[in-house]
Design a protein around this ligand. Structure first.
Ligand code: AMP
Length: 305
């Protein structure tokens, strides 16, 4: 900590308070996140160190930069990131910040660029949501918090329930699939896209995986042999859980103000069967990104009121 001067607390996160600080030798303003070992005697998690190294070498315009890592005397790991000005959740919640169709296109484009960069490196984010899309003062979007869940094992078993928001979880995970694939991240991308179009969370389920699945099936219809041929091999249906059959609601009845090309892209991303979901690079090739309006240049985005 000797090289840093704490300025103020930035917010409460999954792992504790995040502080804004100044790097004394460079004057760089950073955000410091301390990750404590769960049990004192276990020390610093070794996987954590490997993961951190991976993040440390990951240089990309739309990925938050890990500036430094150090161990603290109380056996915590401190992660030092470049400091952001705001995040997409704050923008979405502040209704006095305008959000045009061109702004939405820019937000979803940069998210897809960041996610494609992760997937190219075989990195799964696993926790994509608006509060993990940070913005620097110049409007650059920086995807944050990726891979962190892996430091302590899977999010399901080790993260505190309050910290995990269900709303961006794909149906295969809610049904107990053991493994994440890049398609799982893409479901979350779809939820964020939908939230940008609606300016409210798209699938806000109530507190449990089952309630979240109910929410999803109300919109997408219940899974069946046609829309998701092997869904019944997943743990939940295998244990005999069934749903009353309901049909899907057409997207244009939900996204009444959205242009057709946006709805078409959203439909290609938000597919129940993970095998049929668009990948990030497929999504970036969709005509939505070439049809007018062009995405708002980052320097023209309005980030605060
Ligand atoms: P997290 O642990 O990532 O959920 O972070 C908790 C809070 O700290 C967030 O809601 C942000 O307000 C803030 N925060 C996290 N990382 C940064 C960062 N790199 N720059 C600025 N604020 C951050």
């Amino acid at each position: 900590m000797d090289n840093y001067k704490t300025i103020k607390a930035l917010g409460q996160g999954t792992w504790g308070v995040v502080y804004m600080a100044e790097q004394k030798d460079t004057g760089l303003i950073v955000a410091i996140k301390k990750i404590k070992a769960k049990k004192q005697e276990e020390g610093v998690d070794f996987t954590a160190v490997r993961e951190i190294k991976l993040l440390r070498d990951f240089r990309h315009e739309n990925i938050i930069r890990l500036v430094d890592v150090f161990a603290t005397p109380d056996m915590a790991v401190a992660l030092v990131y470049e400091c952001a000005h705001t995040d997409l959740e704050k923008i979405l919640k502040n209704l006095s910040i305008p959000l045009s169709m061109a702004d939405i296109k820019q937000h979803i484009r940069t998210l897809l660029v960041a996610v494609a960069a992760c997937h190219e490196r075989w990195i799964l984010h696993r926790d994509l949501k608006p509060d993990n899309m940070l913005f620097l003062k110049d409007g650059t979007m920086k995807l944050a918090d990726f891979g962190l869940a892996r430091l302590y094992g899977t999010p399901k078993t080790h993260l505190s329930p309050q910290a995990i928001t269900l709303w961006y979880k794909p149906p295969e995970l809610l049904m107990g699939a053991y493994e994440y694939s890049s398609a799982a991240d893409m479901w979350s991308v779809g939820c964020i896209f939908a939230e940008l179009l609606l300016r409210r969370p798209f699938l806000p389920g109530q507190n449990s995986d089952i309630a979240q699945l109910d929410k999803i099936f109300t919109v997408f219809g219940t899974p069946n042999e046609t829309n998701w041929p092997d869904y019944n091999t997943l743990p939940l249906p295998c244990r005999g859980l069934t749903w009353d059959s309901v049909p899907a609601i057409p997207f244009d009845e939900i996204f009444t103000a959205a242009p057709k090309d946006a709805i078409s892209l959203l439909r290609s991303i938000m597919v129940l069967d993970p095998n049929n979901r668009f990948s990030a690079s497929q999504a970036l090739s969709h005509p939505y990104f070439t049809i007018d309006p062009p995405p708002t240049p980052k320097e023209n985005l309005i980030l605060s009121s």
